[in-house]
Design a binder for this molecule. Sequence first.
Ligand code: NDP
Length: 503
Amino acid sequence: MPRKKKRLTSAFGAPVGDDQNSLTAGARGPVLMQDAHLLEKLAHFDRERIPERVVHAKGAGAHGYFEVTADVTRWTKAKFLNQAGKKTEVFARFSTVGGERGSADAARDPRGFAVKFYTEEGNYDLVGNNTPVFFIRDPLKFADFIHTQKRNPATNCPDPDMFWDFLSLTPESIHQVTILFSDRGTPATFRNMNGYSSHTYKWYNAQGEYFWVQYHFKTDQGIKNLTRQQAEVMKGKDPDHATRDLYEAIARGEHPSWTLEMQILTPEQAQDFRWDILDITKVWPHGEVPPVKIGKLVLNRNPVNYFAEVEQAAFCPGNLVPGIGISPDKMLQARVFSYHDTHLHRLGPNYHLIPINAPKRAPETSYQRDGFMRVDDGGGSGPNYWPNSFGGPAPDPSALEPPFAVEGYADRYPYQFPNDDFVQAGNLYRKVMTARDRSNLVGNIVDHLGNAQKRIQLRQTALFYKADQEYGSRVAKGLGLSLAEVKRLAAVSDQKRAKATAA
Ligand code: NDP
């Protein structure tokens, strides 16, 4: 049967008679301003692009579900987790961090791993990365750090001096730098990487007891990475390879999945723990905090429209549900502000009404009103203030988080254990990486760091040396640096640190 043709209309639904010939005064005359269709078409086109995300601009996403596979009610009262077998609809977005919207998927960069759970108690967003740690642990450093990963203000090109200058002056980055410059820094696809909360979060149960937790989404497709050489080729050949891979796999019916494992500590265990659980540059060793399998994430449906569902998707670590809270990790605290703020800038004050962001199973009943692009009835004729005696929505005390003790003086505190910063990077190099991983790591670093000034190369290599002497020595050899100078710098900075720690 021939399909009935749909009629072309203006944005306001009026029929359009001609979409090929502008209205002109005579066949060769000027265009008339009264061609409202032409004006509307051009004016809308001029406004098609919204500001891209300042980080995580290039990404791909898909719909799916999360299924609980174990009883976790002793740790959290979150309703969407309260029964094995329970499924919750999700939308996930994967991304690179530093590049622009058109940049290559094969860039050496952490990958964003964000999941929005449409729960019966409102949306819960978990906004993680494919690395269990991060470069810095204080949000005051974040904007500076990101600037160094972007373009030089004069040349408008990425700048190895900026990149390594900052990192070599920021020793706490050494663990994440070691992961980033391993082949895990260039995952083969989004399907072949893990996702980590990286931060510590808080879970609390119906009795008001709380626990510190970290999330690990382990890929069921297996970890696969590109070597530096493969990534270089891929960047030129198919800059969208990971975006295409995710879409095509789902379209073929190969639905990627991840097993969610949790690391969980009681407050007492955290007190005596060898590592500061609020320091995002550290992991919790699996041997000491064995991960517990609790669920499965499956992606089984592609977006129909990229802009509507992926570009406009907005995640925020502050979108929590009862049973899940944030920890005092300074970086996490700042992200709660920054993500919401960036969406206000990018999408406007009513971005929560955009279908991909709107809660699906717990409709908004708030006193927020008006603003640009309020596209529903805006609360109708109901009261727009609280308290009221006209039947408006009331706060529910059962949604309150149990009280949490804090103490101390308000001050700007430096990190207390800076010499710890090298231990886990060294363990990764020595104990976890294979001989091939180590060679590729050193080769990847030499290839990149070799483009920075010598003095910066020396300063950074001293940090690798402090993580592991062999690691630093191999980088020094690859760069043709004097090992004696690297050792001297490593010792000087040790002394400086010792003084600073004692003061
Ligand atoms: P384990 O031997 O128990 O765990 C090591 C973990 O390292 C593996 O499970 C794997 O994590 C991950 N890994 C393997 N190869 C690489 C690689 N080339 N680059 C980055 N990560 C890799 O040891 P520990 O738990 O004591 O941790 C030792 C080191 O392993 C840490 O210092 C950290 O650098 C790294 N690591 C630890 C994680 C943790 O949460 N404990 C998580 C990831 C890395 P996965 O199974 O998640 O793929």
